[in-house]
Each structure stands twice: as structure tokens, then as C-alpha cells.
Design a binder for this molecule. Structure first.
Ligand SMILES: O=C1O[C@H](COP(=O)(O)O)[C@@H](O)[C@H](O)[C@H]1O
Length: 230
């Protein structure tokens, strides 16, 4: 399916979605920067956000007053293919957004358990509530690194700390993740997902409130906007 813009060019739905989300996020950051000195933007990693990052990086706003961090990160070196830090640095902290201050969710510690306290202190110094949180979602209903099969899920859904070290049998790498409470400490939340499979998962999520089964349910509270394309 393709849509057409006012200049009669065809735009892929996922590209149109990315552009529309970038417009909304840029407007939100501009609005908050009118009445606060800095604004916090929390983005997700994975494959879905790349076109969104590229679109957002082109938006004009006072990026030097924006702190960007990730909803979660794999505990890998930045050179690793799975590094969300690398993804953000490559596609978002560029163009107009090159002056944004990026705060990786990984440090030199050997494990996320060893690194979490230092990162907790660093993210605590950001401006809260965050202006915008963008959540991705996996086919198993996980969001950030709150996985249904994770031994740390209950902790992630209930702790008042902002960060947690997380593991799950379904994924290979250890993770660092924002907790539910920290992600809800935000003015605006957007879920950015694509494809029919994820749409079905999101629809199923409305049928119950058991976040242990589908962690995305823990975020189905106002204000939440769904950005979806086929
Ligand atoms: O593992 C992760 O997966 C989800 C979704 O990723 P995608 O590749 O299907 O877009 C992502 O939101 C999360 O941040 C990431 O660590």
C-alpha cells in the first residue's frame, strides 16, 4: 500500500509514519523547550525506528538543549552490530540533531548488574518528566527490555528505580532497561510499530490487563499514542 503526498509523490507507509512521528516529537520538544531549560527524549532501538531517526534528525529545533537516551540497551560494545547506541549515534545524532546530548545506557562495567548504579545516577540527572518516550514492541509483547520470560520482569514492572539489569532466555544478550515507572514519568508516550503481526499483538493486548503475559500492557495508560503502519 502506498500513500500520496501533496506533491503527488508516492510515499511508503512506513516512511510516512516515520515522518509523521518525527513531526509530532519535534513539536513536543519545541513546546517543552519554551518553558524549561532542557528536554529529555527517550527512544527505542531495534530495526523499526531507523527511518524515524533519520526524519527526526532533520527537524529544526534547539537540539543542544535536548538529552537523548534509550529505553533499553543490549550490554554489548558500541562496535557490535546489535548496539542501539551505535544505531542512535549513526541515524539520530546527526544533521540538525548533531548537537543533542546523547546518554548511552551502557558503560565499561563487565555486566549490567555491575554498571547499573552509575547509569542510574546519570539518568537521574536528566530533566524529568521526560518530554517524550517512544516505545517499540517485539512480537512477544516486550517493550524496552521488559520481556515476558524475564526473571526480572516483576522487578521492572514494580521498582521505583529508573533502571534495571535484565535477562531473558529468549534473547542472547544481557540488557539494561528503563523500568515501567521511569518510562511512565513522561509527558507523552508513543508506541511505534509496523506490520500485521505487531498489530495483532497490540490488539490482543487490549483483551486483558496481565502485563506479565504482554509487558506492553503496562503502558496502556494515558497519554499513549499508537503509530502503526503495515
Ligand atoms: O529488542 C528490542 O526489540 C524491540 C523491538 O525491535 P524491532 O527490531 O522489532 O523494532 C525494541 O523496541 C527494543 O528497544 C529492542 O531492544
Amino acid at each position: 500500500m502506498k500513500t500520496t503526498d501533496s506533491t503527488e509523490q508516492t510515499i511508503e507507509p512506513r516512511q510516512a509514519l516515520a515522518e509523521s512521528l518525527a513531526e509530532a516529537v519535534a513539536a513536543a520538544l519545541r513546546e517543552d523547550l519554551e518553558h524549561q531549560s532542557r528536554a529529555t527524549l527517550i527512544v527505542s532501538g531495534g530495526s523499526t525506528p531507523v527511518p524515524f531517526f533519520k526524519a527526526l534528525s532533520q527537524k529544526r529545533l534547539e537540539w543542544s538543549r535536548v538529552d537523548v537516551t534509550l529505553a533499553d540497551e543490549r550490554w554489548v560494545d558500541e562496535a557490535h552490530d546489535d548496539s542501539n547506541t551505535r544505531l542512535v549515534r549513526t541515524h539520530l545524532i546527526a544533521n540538525e540533531a548533531a548537537t543533542a546530548l546523547f546518554h548511552p545506557l551502557v558503560n565499561d562495567a563487565d555486566t549490567p548488574e555491575a554498571g547499573v548504579d552509575a547509569l542510574e545516577q546519570q539518568v537521574g540527572e536528566l530533566h524529568w518528566p521526560a518530554s517524550v518516550v517512544i516505545l517499540g514492541m517485539g512480537g512477544d509483547g516486550h517493550t524496552a527490555s521488559l520481556f515476558p520470560d524475564s526473571p526480572e520482569l516483576e522487578h521492572g514492572l514494580t521498582t521505583t528505580r529508573r533502571l534495571l539489569a535484565a535477562h531473558a532466555p529468549s534473547v542472547t544478550q544481557a540488557r539494561m532497561s528503563f523500568s515501567r515507572q521511569a518510562l511512565l514519568d513522561s509527558r507523552r508516550r508513543y508506541v511505534h510499530v509496523t506490520g500485521m503481526d505487531k498489530r495483532r499483538v497490540f490488539s490482543t493486548a487490549f483483551s486483558s490487563d496481565d502485563a506479565r503475559e504482554l509487558p506492553i500492557r503496562a503502558f496502556m495508560t494515558e497519554p499513549l499514542s499508537l503509530y502503526w503502519a503495515p
